[in-house]
Design a protein around this ligand. Structure first.
Ligand code: AMP
Length: 346
């Protein structure tokens, strides 16, 4: 089948950058979003709907040749019908697993990937069981957490009940606090034939749970080889098609997994200018059945997230190495509204 139209559930900045990469390949884009003025709206039609609106999801499926999504919190149950009607990548199974920190961490352990210690917290009995848990720790909601939201740091078991109340007594995961040297992420892509390309590792800096800066490529052959093995295991487990991002804590020569994102990722934005084929282009290539593009770095890149509001464009571009990305979002404190990537020679 010749693919003409790509549908994306979600019309945020990731959908916007996917379309910016996919339009030159000759594809049209349709987005489903709750907001008509969403960042991707400049690049294609937006079907206005809630993400669990079956009728609108089916309309999107009927009008597109392949579907993907730009954020994890698409209700997996809403996808049951549409996956029967249209090719849907990455698999709904990967999405479902990533939506629940408990299923995600359980799978990581099954695949032999080191995780922080964790304990499921769903009841007062579980709180009781946590008495022997090694603190300090972080209590995280199992679902719907992003950018550090839905997380409370706790230093001892006596603070646990208060933290659980603060999170609305919803199902949570108690995670041991990892003393890490720094954080890296591995972005990789797998095509429909099972070929895999890995991007170089990216070193990431977070503040209050939000990514603020990425530097790449981070070169360390021991960590690269570990990250690639873990990522390959996950890609093959899901028979995955598209881009997958994995976040790790680095401790000496070992990697402890934090989480996976079954989509293009903020820590991969530097690949737009910094590699031969960006994560966005390769995601579109993979899901539309095209051969993958090379993922090697052609320069060094520093990506800075713009939070709250965009810095002045003229001022920013006085640095000739800067690449300015405005997501066309309304300014709001703490909101990711864009990023700037600075390039330098390898
Ligand atoms: P998350 O939303 O789970 O990716 O967490 C956001 C950020 O919070 C991570 O990138 C880390 O900087 C920090 N963080 C999350 N979990 C842990 C942990 N178990 N130990 C130490 N730091 C953590």
């Amino acid at each position: 089948m010749t693919i003409k139209t790509v549908g994306i559930i979600g019309g945020g900045q990731l959908a916007r950058m996917l379309a910016l990469a996919g339009i030159p390949l000759g594809y049209k884009f349709i987005f489903l979003d709750t907001y008509a003025e969403c960042p991707a709206g400049d690049l294609g039609e937006v079907i206005l709907a809630q993400y669990d609106d079956q009728e609108k999801l089916i309309e999107l499926a009927n009008r597109c040749d392949v579907l993907t999504f730009d954020f994890e919190n698409v209700p997996a149950s809403a996808l049951n019908e549409i996956v029967k009607q249209v090719s849907f990548h990455p698999s709904a199974e990967a999405l479902k697993t990533a939506q629940d920190r408990l299923s995600e961490k359980t799978l990581f352990q099954e695949l032999g990937i080191s995780t922080p210690e964790f304990l499921n917290i769903e009841s007062n009995d579980d709180i009781e069981k946590a008495k022997d848990f090694p603190f300090p720790a972080i209590l995280k909601t199992r679902r719907f957490g992003y950018d550090g939201k839905g997380q409370v740091r706790i230093s001892s078991s006596t603070e646990l009940i208060e933290a659980w109340n603060e999170l609305g007594n919803t199902a949570c995961l108690l995670e041991g606090f990892v003393k890490f040297d720094f954080e890296v992420s591995q972005v990789a892509v797998r095509d429909v034939k099972g070929n895999i390309e890995f991007y170089p590792l990216t070193e990431n800096r977070h503040e209050n749970g939000i990514l603020i800066e990425s530097n790449a490529p981070y070169v360390n052959s021991v960590l690269e080889s570990l990250a690639q093995t873990f990522t390959k295991n996950l890609l093959e487990h899901f028979d995955y098609v598209g881009v997958l991002a994995i976040e790790f804590f680095v401790n000496g020569n070992s990697l402890i997994i934090n989480e996976m994102a079954p989509r293009v990722h903020n820590s991969g934005h530097w690949t737009i200018e910094g590699t031969l084929s960006s994560q966005f282009e390769n995601h579109i290539r993979a899901i539309t059945g095209l051969p993958l593009g090379d993922t090697f770095a052609i320069c060094k890149a520093k990506m800075i997230n713009c939070l709250g509001e965009m810095p002045n464009r003229e001022e920013s571009l006085k640095d000739a190495s800067a690449h300015y990305h405005d997501y066309a979002k309304e300014p709001r404190p703490g909101r990711k509204v864009g990023h700037i990537t600075y390039l330098s020679k390898l």
